[in-house]
Write a protein that binds this ligand. Structure first.
Ligand code: PFF
Length: 513
């Protein structure tokens, strides 16, 4: 009997889930800092170019592949060419083991800080509190120094929420959760932005550091300018959750008739719009803090965890009224954005396991979330932040980029991009132009290759973050090696014959000969 694949209950449900995956912690703390460092408003130029030449084309590619094959990444790749199955596994395996395990721990920090915000429990010296009292950070990635129990408890909470959502059928679990999370996220973010704009010093900081465009920073005839372009492409890939097989998985639950191009454009545009809007809250709040403390803006701003867990609490302390409410609002935004990305990272792996081992989604989710909780434990130790920093660097600079390049080669050259374009156009909705083929076959892989070479040159000249080489090899190279090995092993487990049977696509015949 043919097995029935889950389907989204509605188009909006699918879109909200895909946007939920894309909008995550990175939109809030990564985008703003990158914009600040790379020319303020001028950063929007490479960012939007990257969105159009690489983000949208790759999003269309992932949606169309998932929709055409109605399968998880390993099964979709294996159907096109069995030799490519290991890549199909690598994407969700890296997403799960390389990102999700630490993403859960960071959501655990946010949950703790949500609680702390209710009493401003981080005190007046927010830097010493975060690194010293809260994380009790050790001085080397090898000195685990025991578990931080409040972090582990909250991380377990994040896994429990994720399990509860992914356990149910797609339309009753992920879709329902996204229908609640996304509108909530938009409302909370708009309140935060509105509130931030009213703070003293906020508008000046936004005007001076966010909106003012320093075009010299993006000039392509300087090495610095070229770096900004590469950084913009990197941010687009990370923020759109591309290269990890997530969008392939989500699109595999779409009905036969669907607007692939329109859905891809909507996801990309709304995600980037969210980043730009959230930037007003970040710049406004930091501008207010710099003004209140009388320090220059560039001394106040920082990136990554420092922005959310040191600078924001400091700004919250300075607010004249309702500090606790502002703090709770900010950390709730991070939790909601984080969980909706976490469920997508879990779903991509769980769907792949269900396809290969033909087990129920309930069983797969339970095994995977339990494994996830155990795997998150190292990130809840006193060395957690250091291990996380190394793993994040290697995954974003290598795994994601290599995955993206190979994906373009597979679809652009081996399958032929015209086949996929024809599938998109036959599914209905906005027509996909032939220029997409050029993006997928040439532009996107070429830019990704430049990024890969740049990252390699940088890492071979200077040890990332001044960590010991042994630590980089173990926690960075090690993660890449172990995930490759696991993908290789998983791809050698035989498929049930009926699974692998390529769906017949008569429309492809004259294109494939
Ligand atoms: N796009 C998410 C963010 O910007 O935070 C992070 C992310 C989620 C990256 C899922 C990759 C991924 F597969």
């Amino acid at each position: 009997m043919a097995e029935k694949r889950s389907l989204w209950g509605s188009k909006i449900g699918f879109l909200l889930a895909a946007i939920g995956s894309a909008v995550g912690l990175g939109n809030i703390w990564r985008f703003s800092y990158m914009a600040y460092e790379n020319g303020g408003g001028a950063f929007l130029i490479p960012y939007l170019v990257a969105l159009l030449c690489a983000g949208v084309p790759l999003m269309i590619l992932e949606y169309s592949l998932g929709h055409r094959e109605k399968a998880s990444p390993p099964l979709a790749f294996a159907r096109i060419n069995p030799l490519w199955e290991p890549l199909g596994w690598w994407m969700p395996v890296v997403a799960f083991f390389g990102i999700n395990l630490f993403y859960a721990a960071v959501i655990g920090w946010c949950i703790n800080y949500f609680g702390l915000s209710l009493t401003l429990g981080w005190g007046t010296d927010t830097q010493s509190f975060f690194f010293g009292e809260f994380l009790q950070l050790s001085d080397s990635p090898f000195t685990l120094g025991g578990i931080r129990w409040p972090v582990l408890a909250a991380t377990a909470g994040a896994w429990a929420i994720c399990w509860t959502i992914c356990y149910r059928e797609v339309s009753r679990g992920i879709e329902k959760a996204s229908m609640i999370f996304m509108p909530l996220l938009v409302i909370l973010t708009l309140i935060l932005v509105g509130w931030s704009l009213r703070l003293d010093g906020a508008r000046e900081a936004i005007r001076e550091f966010y909106l003012k465009a320093d075009l010299s920073k993006i000039a392509l005839n300087t090495a610095e300018g070229r770096k900004v372009w590469v950084a913009a492409f990197g941010q687009i890939f990370f923020t759109l959750s591309l290269g990890f097989g997530i969008m392939i998985t989500y699109a595999s639950y779409l009905p036969k008739k669907t607007d692939i191009t329109g859905n891809a454009l909507t996801t990309c545009i709304l995600n980037c719009l969210y980043s730009i809007i959230a930037g007003f809250a970040v710049f406004g709040t930091i501008g207010f803090m710099a003004n209140a403390k009388g320090v220059p803006f560039d001394e106040a701003i920082t990136s990554g965890p420092g922005l959310a867990f040191v600078v924001y609490p400091e700004a919250i302390n300075q607010l004249p009224i309702l500090n606790q409410l502002f703090g709770a609002l900010f950390f709730l935004v991070l939790i909601v954005a984080g969980i909706s990305s976490m469920i997508s990272l879990t779903e991509a792996f769980s769907c792949s396991i269900c396809d290969k081992f033909v087990i129920s989604r309930q069983k797969a989710t339970t095994i995977i979330c339990s494994l996830g909780l155990i795997g998150s434990i190292p990130f809840t130790t006193r060395a957690g932040l250091l291990i996380l920093d190394i793993a994040d660097h290697f995954i974003n600079n290598y795994a994601l980029i290599i995955g993206g390049i190979l994906e373009c080669i597979l679809i652009g050259w081996l399958l032929k991009s015209q086949v996929m374009r024809r599938h998109v156009n036959n599914s209905g909705g906005i027509r996909l132009w032939p220029v997409w083929d050029i993006c997928i076959r040439v532009i996107t892989p070429a830019v990704l290759l430049i990024m890969l070479v740049g990252a390699l040159l940088e890492d071979f000249t200077r040890a990332y973050g001044a960590y010991p080489i042994k630590a980089l090899l173990l926690f960075g190279g090690g993660i890449l090696f172990v995930t490759r090995l696991l993908s290789f092993i998983l791809s050698h487990v035989p498929w049930r014959p009926e699974k692998l049977k390529t769906k017949h696509h008569p429309e492809d015949e004259n294109l494939l000969t």
